[in-house]
Design a protein around this ligand. Sequence first.
Ligand code: ADP
Ligand code: UDP
Length: 234
Amino acid sequence: MEKLEMLYEGKAKKVYQTEDPNLYIVEYKDDATAFNGEKKGSIAGKGVINNKMTNIVFQYLEKNGIQTHFVKELSDRQTLVKKVEIVPLEVIVRNIAAGSFSKKFGVEEGTGLQNPILEFSYKNDSLGDPMINNMQITALGLATEKELDIISQMALKINELLKTFFWERNIILVDFKIEFGRCGAQIILADEISPDTCRLWDKDTKEKLDKDRFRRDLGKVEQAYEEVWNRITK
Ligand code: ADP
Ligand code: UDP
């Protein structure tokens, strides 16, 4: 399958049309941004790791009953996926306090939570991806109540599966962001799951192995992505 016209260039990926109207090719870049695009940079090799890691994780989820957009890995940076209509929500699941949650509620990063938390942000760069609740989502027609039920159930199941997946690789899954899309009558998992979109900490040292190293200028950014990749493929 060949890529045809580029439909969209995002911050981390490009999306291309193919000769099949139901399939897209996504191409992962090394570009990195943070704080709604204010901080820009590049992480060498990131695109390859994020592409291949997403594909391994999506195939693991598929095996465990989660439908995803994954079709076929075409090359180091390119994957064939099912075309979906993205539900314009960033679906965030948290197991441990960190990032904006820690800041908002004044709880130290690393504090355990009594239960996993599900949060939604409205995917809208010009508004800075504001947090949004279920009634606001349905009132604005971003998703129906039924779709939100499905998305919520899938997100919490994905969390349980991913917690196990990473724990077996000596990694704590602190939090993550996922996106869903409409594909025919179904809601399926789309976009990516990578160190760009997850907080991943070493189980023993609690060392950060994710994009926070870039966001916070902690150094050893490339090494962190490689470390996650090595643990996933070992
Ligand atoms: P952003 O748009 O936040 O800058 P990316 O650079 O990752 O993010 O761009 C990829 C875009 O492709 C995102 O907007 C994402 O929602 C969208 N996308 C991901 N998977 C699919 C899919 N299967 N079909 C259609 N769009 C998708
Ligand atoms: N996240 C993401 N894209 C975003 C915002 C958040 O992938 O646009 C991920 C982020 O990497 C983290 C989780 O979602 O794993 C929760 O992020 P948080 O709300 O704490 O925001 P941040 O601190 O990243 O601004």
